[in-house]
Design a protein around this ligand. Structure first.
Ligand code: XAI
Ligand code: MG
Length: 567
C-alpha cells in the first residue's frame, strides 16, 4: 500500500524519521500512539449541523464511522464543513450561499485531505449541496475514497395525507389563494418533517445520492436507506451502510483503487440514466457537469441532452408523482431500480465500483422489480416514454442552453406574455398578490451564478404558482435554478445569464416568448433590430456582492451550462 502519511513514520536513523519528529509530537498530543503512525491515515468529512434535519444525525454517523474505521485498522482525522439548508434558506438572501457552499465544502475537504496528506478519505453528506461537494474533491485529486449519504427523512402525516417539506411550500400558495386556512397551514408546518433525514421526494438530495451510487462511488443501497426508523433512532440499514463503508474503504486502500478508475465516462452515463429514469431534480444537470469536470471526464450539456433522450421515465415520485423514497426503500431501493435498468440494457454493467466489483456484480443479489406496485414502472410500460423528463432547450433566449423538467407531462408548445422581475422576491409578491394570470410567462433574472450571485433555487415562486392552481398555465423562466421540489412549467439555468448580457437581460414586459418542445427551443419573439437596440442600451449592473465569499464566487464562477464551477 502506497501511503502519503507514511512520511510520519519510519525508524530512527531514517531521514524522514528525524524531519517528521515535530509532526509526531503534535499528533501525540491528540492521542496518536506509536502504532497509529503505521496505520493508513483517513480523513473523515462530517458535514454536521443541528440547523437542518438533513444533517442533524450526521455527527452520530461520523462518530460511528470513525469507530468502525479504527476498529479495522485505520487512523481517522475528523473534521466538519459548512452546511446550508435549502429548505430553510429558500426565498431569502441566505439561499445565495447554497450553491456557493458546494464549492466551499469541496474546497474545505481538499484543504483537509491535502493539508494532512491523508491516504484516503470518507465524506458524509445530507442536504443538497453537501452531496456533490462530498464527491468533487475526491474526483479532483483522484483520491482513494468514497462517500455516504445520511439517508432520506420519513414522511409526516396530517389529515390522512403523507406530507413532506414541499407540502409546506405549496401550502403557502394554497393559503394565499384562499384554498386553505391559517389553521391548516399551521398543521402542515407542524407535521410535514418528523425527524432527521434529507427531503423525502425525488428532490435534489435523493436524486444526487442515487446518482453517486450509480457512479459507483458509494456502497450499494446507501442512497435509498432511510436515515432513521419510525422512532427517530438511527436506522439499522444506515448502521449497516456505515460498516460497509468502512470495510469498502479498506478494500480500496489494499487494492489501490482511486476515484478516477471508477468515475469514467461510462459511469457518468449510468448516473444520467438513473437520474432520468427516477425523475430526478434539474440540479443533477449542474452537479453532474461539475463532478465530471472534477474527474476530467468530458461532458457537455448538449451531450447530456442527446444521451438522456433515450431514457424512459420509470419513477412515480414527488414532486410530480405520488411517492417518496420511503416507498421505494421496502421494494429494494435504488439497487432494485438499477438491476431493472441493467436487465433492459440501459446501464453499463462492467463499470468498476468502490466495492472493487463491477456494477453488475453488485446488483446480482438485488431484488427484481416487484409486480403489483406503481412506485417504479417497468421499462416495457414506463410512466412516460423516453425523452420526456429533463429537457435541454436552446434558442435566441438561451444560446448556451437551459433546462426544463417535463416529468412526463403532455406539454404543448406555449406562447406567452413576459412578466419581468429583477429578483425572486418581486415575482413571489406578484404571484401571491394575484397579479399573475394564465398565459403569463414569469421571467426572473439577475439570479444566475454571477448575477445573484449564487443562482438561487426558485421553489417559493414555483410552489406558489402550483398552490394557486396556475401550474399548467403559467411558465416561469430564470437564469437561477429550481429546487428538486419544483414542478410546473419551469425553465432554469438560462445561459448566458442576464448579468453577463445574455438575451434574458433584454426581455421587456409584454414581449412574446415561445417554448417549443418539438424543436426543443426557447425563443424571444422580438425583431432582431429591436433587440440590437436594446443590446446597445444595456449596461451590466454592478455586482450585488462587494466583498466576502459571494464576491469571490461571482468573480470566479463559470456559466450554469458548464456546471457553475469555480475551479
Ligand atoms: C428543499 C428541497 C426540496 O430540498 C430543495 O432544495 C431541493 O432542491 O430538492
Ligand atoms: Mg435544493
Amino acid at each position: 500500500m502506497k501511503r502519503r502519511s507514511g512520511t510520519l513514520t519510519g525508524d530512527p536513523g531514517q531521514a524522514n524519521w528525524v524531519e517528521r519528529t515535530a509532526a509526531r509530537t503534535m499528533l501525540r498530543a491528540v492521542r496518536f500512539n506509536d502504532e497509529d503512525f503505521t496505520k493508513p491515515l483517513v480523513a473523515l468529512a462530517v458535514p454536521y449541523t443541528n440547523g437542518t434535519p438533513c444533517n442533524d444525525h450526521i455527527r452520530t454517523l461520523g462518530d460511528l464511522l470513525q469507530a468502525e474505521l479504527e476498529a479495522i485498522g485505520a487512523k481517522v482525522i475528523v473534521f466538519g464543513t459548512p452546511v446550508v439548508s435549502d429548505g430553510i434558506s429558500m426565498g431569502t438572501e441566505a439561499m445565495k450561499y447554497s450553491l456557493v457552499s458546494r464549492e466551499v465544502i469541496a474546497d474545505a475537504i481538499e484543504v483537509m485531505t491535502e493539508g494532512y496528506q491523508v491516504d484516503a478519505v470518507v465524506t458524509l453528506s445530507g442536504c443538497d449541496k453537501t452531496i456533490p461537494a462530498a464527491l468533487m474533491p475526491i474526483a479532483r485529486n483522484d483520491l482513494i475514497g468514497l462517500t455516504l449519504y445520511g439517508g432520506s427523512i420519513r414522511p409526516g402525516h396530517h389529515g390522512g395525507r403523507d406530507l413532506n417539506i414541499v407540502s409546506a411550500f405549496e401550502g403557502i400558495g394554497a393559503y394565499s389563494a384562499g384554498k386553505i386556512d391559517a389553521e391548516e397551514l399551521c398543521q402542515i408546518e407542524c407535521h410535514a418533517c418528523p425527524g432527521a433525514g434529507s427531503c423525502g421526494g425525488m428532490y435534489t438530495a435523493n436524486t444526487m445520492a442515487a446518482a453517486i451510487e450509480a457512479l459507483g462511488m458509494s456502497v450499494p443501497g446507501g442512497s435509498s436507506n432511510m436515515a432513521v426508523e419510525a422512532d427517530n433512532q438511527l436506522s439499522n440499514d444506515k448502521q449497516g451502510d456505515l460498516r460497509r463503508t468502512a470495510t469498502t474503504l479498506m478494500t480500496l486502500l489494499q487494492r489501490g483503487i482511486s476515484a478516477r478508475q471508477i468515475m469514467t465516462h461510462k459511469a457518468f452515463e449510468n448516473a444520467l440514466t438513473l437520474v432520468w429514469a427516477l425523475g430526478g431534480s434539474t440540479n443533477a444537470v449542474l452537479h453532474l457537469l461539475a463532478i465530471a469536470r472534477e474527474a476530467d471526464v468530458p461532458l457537455t450539456l448538449k451531450e447530456m441532452a442527446d444521451f438522456t433522450a433515450k431514457v424512459p421515465l420509470l419513477g412515480n415520485f414527488k414532486p410530480y408523482g405520488r411517492y417518496l423514497m420511503n416507498d421505494l426503500h421496502p421494494l429494494g431501493g435504488i439497487p432494485m431500480v438499477m438491476k431493472h435498468l441493467l436487465g433492459a440494457g440501459l446501464l453499463h454493467g462492467d463499470c468498476l465500483t468502490v466495492t472493487g466489483k463491477t456494477l453488475a456484480e453488485n446488483l446480482a443479489s438485488a431484488p427484481d422489480l416487484p409486480a403489483g406496485q406503481d412506485v417504479v414502472f417497468p421499462v416495457s410500460s414506463p410512466y412516460a416514454a423516453a425523452g420526456r423528463h429533463i429537457r435541454m432547450l436552446f434558442g435566441s433566449l438561451a444560446p448556451e442552453g437551459c433546462v426544463l423538467k417535463q416529468s412526463g407531462k403532455n406539454l404543448q408548445t406555449m406562447r406567452g406574455t413576459a412578466r419581468v422581475f429583477e429578483r425572486e422576491e418581486e415575482a413571489l409578491q406578484a404571484i401571491l398578490g394575484g397579479k399573475i394570470t394564465a398565459g403569463d410567462i414569469v421571467v426572473i433574472r439577475y439570479e444566475g451564478p454571477q448575477g445573484g450571485p449564487g443562482m438561487r433555487e426558485m421553489l417559493s415562486p414555483s410552489a406558489a404558482l402550483m398552490g394557486a392552481g396556475l401550474g399548467d398555465r403559467v411558465a416561469l423562466l430564470t437564469d437561477g435554478r429550481f429546487s428538486g421540489g419544483t414542478h410546473g412549467i419551469m425553465i432554469g439555468h438560462i445561459s448566458p445569464e442576464a448579468q453577463v448580457g445574455g438575451a434574458l437581460a433584454l426581455v421587456e414586459e409584454g414581449d412574446q416568448i415561445e417554448i417549443n418542445l418539438d424543436s426543443e427551443t426557447l425563443n424571444l419573439l422580438v425583431e432582431e433590430a429591436v433587440l440590437a437596440q436594446r443590446r446597445e442600451d444595456w449596461q451590466a449592473p454592478v455586482s450585488k456582492a462587494r466583498r466576502g465569499v459571494l464576491a469571490k464566487y461571482a468573480r470566479l464562477v463559470s456559466s450554469a451550462s458548464s456546471g457553475a464551477v469555480t475551479s
